[in-house]
Design a protein around this ligand. Sequence first.
Ligand SMILES: Nc1ncnc2c1ncn2[C@@H]1O[C@H](COP(=O)(O)OP(=O)(O)O)[C@@H](O)[C@H]1O
Ligand SMILES: [Mg+2]
Length: 188
Amino acid sequence: MLDLQVLRAYLEEVSFLRLFSPCFSSCRIRPQLSKEKIEGCHICTSVTPGEPQVLLGKDKAFTYDFVFDLDTWQEQIYTTCVGKLIEGCFEGYNATVLAYGQTGAGKTYTMGTGFDMNISENEQGIIPRAIGHLFSGIEERKRAAQSQGMAAPEFKVSAQFLEVGASGSGGTLWGGTVLSTALVAWAP
Ligand SMILES: Nc1ncnc2c1ncn2[C@@H]1O[C@H](COP(=O)(O)OP(=O)(O)O)[C@@H](O)[C@H]1O
Ligand SMILES: [Mg+2]
């Protein structure tokens, strides 16, 4: 169960996106939007070279397992944070990825839940990549078994998708947080 009070406290702390799994936490800083450039907004974050640390302004430092600066590709996020979790599913581990942050922080973009049909493959987010990875992993294992003269293993896949909303103090409505779980059971 998610403790919404804890979640809200986190949400109010900083405005950039954080990705969580049971094993690690990461922070992704999105590039400025055109509107923000036109309005002359300043970038107030900097990533400490060689360290998974982000500085907010001059003196507020936050450390994570991974920090992804403005120019990070979707693929880098997937490979670093999620790919291993999907491989873990084949070993019997459940996987959960939680993205949270203020509205506009980049949760939908990073999770890939806008399901915009016009985006390029490079821009695909975590969920479409994870589904592709899962099903190609299944095919690979079936082919490997058959090529060794064994019966193809059977797989059962179930997935849950949940969006959590939270409202902050002063009536501010914070953006939906995405939680997704994929579970694979297979009989070799
Ligand atoms: N890493 C990124 N690179 C380019 N554009 C991004 C990135 N992250 C977010 N955006 C853009 O920023 C805007 C807000 O992102 P969005 O994912 O909708 O935020 P949230 O879901 O947290 O409210 C969208 O226009 C989105 O396309
Ligand atoms: Mg969103």
